[in-house]
Design a protein around this ligand. Sequence first.
Ligand code: NAD
Length: 494
Amino acid sequence: MVTRTDWISRSANIKPRDLMFIDGDFAGAKSGKTFDAISPIDQRVLAKVAAGDTPDVDAAVKAAKRAFENGDWRNLNPRDKKAIMLKWADLIRENYEEIALLETLEVGKPIGDTSGYDALAVARVIQWYGETIDKTYDEIAPAPKSALAMITREPLGVIGAIVPWNYPIVIASWKIGPALAMGNSMVLKPSEESSLAILRIAELGIEAGLPKGVFNVVTGLGAEAGQALARHKDVAKIAFTGSGPVGKLMMQYAAESNMKQVALELGGKSPQVVLDDVVDIDKAASTIAWGIFYNAGQTCNAGSRVVVHEKIKDALFERISAFVKDFRVGDPLDPNTQMGPLVSLKQRNRVCNYLDLVGQQGERFIFGGQKPTGNDCLIQPTLIDGAKHESKLAQEEIFGPVIVAETFKSDEEALALANGTEYGLAASVWSGNVSRAHNFARQLRAGTVWVNTFDMSDVITPFGGFKSSGSGRDKSLHALDGYSALKTTWVDLN
Ligand code: NAD
C-alpha cells in the first residue's frame, strides 16, 4: 500500500502539465498569461497554469471543428472508435495514482478517495461509453410500404464543456464519454481551481489514438476562457456543471450568440428525510453523515439537510454525533483520512460566513462550528439545529461539511419541508414501511431519490436535477440523447 510518506515524496517530485491542450499538443496562452494553481493543503503554488482567453478558445474550437468536419473521429469505424476509448480508459487506469495525486494536491480531496474512486471512475465512464459505440442502433419508422423512413442520431458538432472543481475529472468524464461516443468533438474548460488532472487525462487520450483536435482543454478563468467558449458561434452545445448564477449566464451567452443548446447541472440542498418508523437508525445515522461529510460537503447532491421526525430527533443526533467522533479529518495525503480541507481559502471563508449566522435566530450547533484561522482550509463536520425553514441556512447551498436539521410531526409536513427549496437534485427517505417510503419517494421533486440509503450511484443511471438544480442529464444511455440530434431521412421507394 502507498503510505502517507510515499505520497508526500511523490508530491515533491510531481511535474504537473501547466499548458492548455489544443489540437493534440500542449500550448501556452497566446497572451502569455498564467494563473496560480494553489494547493489548499499548504497554499503551495503547484503550477503556473496557462490562462486561456478568446484567442485560445478560438484556436481550440477551430481544431475541434476541423476534426469534426474532416470526419477524423465521427466517421471512424465504430469498432475502431470503441477501441480508442477502451485504450484511453486502460491508460487512465495505468496512471491512476498520478492522476489521483494531482487532484488531491489541487483540490484537497483525500488521496484514498481520489485514488480509490475518482481516477478509476473516470476510466470506467470512458470505457462504458466506449462500449456503447458499437451497440447503439438507429430506428426505422413504421412508414407506408412505399417509403423507407429512417431516424438516425447525428452528432451535434463541437461541444463546449465547462466543469467545476468538486469532482473535476469525474464530472468531465460524464460529458466526455457520451459526447465522444456520439462522434462529436470537444473543448473542455476546467475550473481554475482544478486544471491539472484533466490535462494529464487529455494527454493520455492522444496516446490512446484519439485524432488530434477531437478533445481539447482550455484552462483559464471562468469570465475569460469560459465566457469565450460559451459565446463561441461554432460551439453547438454547452454542457455546464456548476453554480446557479453561472448557469444563468450560460443561457444568456447562448441567447446572445448562436442559440446553442445548453445543458445545466447545478446546485442542490438535498434533504435526507427520516420517518419515525426507520428500522436501522444506526445505519441511517452513518449514511446521513457520509452523505454530507464526504468530500467535505462539496458535492452538488450532498445531503445537506436532515429532515427528521421530532420523536426520533434526539436518538438520531446522538448517533450521528457518535459516528462523527471517529471521523478522521485532516491531511488529505494520509490514506486513512476521510475528510480533507475545502478547496480554497475563498470557499472556506464562504462556509464560515454561514457559520456566523448560527445563533442569530435561535440556531445552535449540535457539534462542530469551529472556524479555522490563518491558511487552514479544514472545517470540522458540523450539525446545526433550530434553523427556520425560510432561513439562509436551510435554503442556500453552503457547499461545506455542514448539515442543517429540520423537524416534522406528519408526513405531509415532512414532504413540504423536503420539497421546500428552489432545488431538486436529490433526496432520500428512510422508513421501514415499503408503501409509505415509496409513496413518499414518488412525491419528492428530485432527479434522484434514494430509499433507505444515500449517494448510491453508477454510470448506469441518469443524474441531474429538477427545478433550479438544472435541466440536463449526465450518465446512462440517456446522456447520449443530449449529444445528438435526431435526423429523419424519408426515401420514396416507388
Ligand atoms: P462555478 O459556477 O463558479 O464554476 C463552474 C465553472 O464555470 C468553472 O469552470 C468556472 O471557471 C466557470 N465559470 C465561472 N464564471 C463563468 C463565466 N462568467 N462564464 C463562463 N464560465 C464561468 O461553480 P464552482 O464553484 O466551480 O462549483 C460549485 C458549484 O457547482 C456548486 O453550486 C455545485 O452545486 C455545483 N455542482 C453541480 C453538480 C451537478 O451535477 N448538478 C455537480 C458538481 C457541482
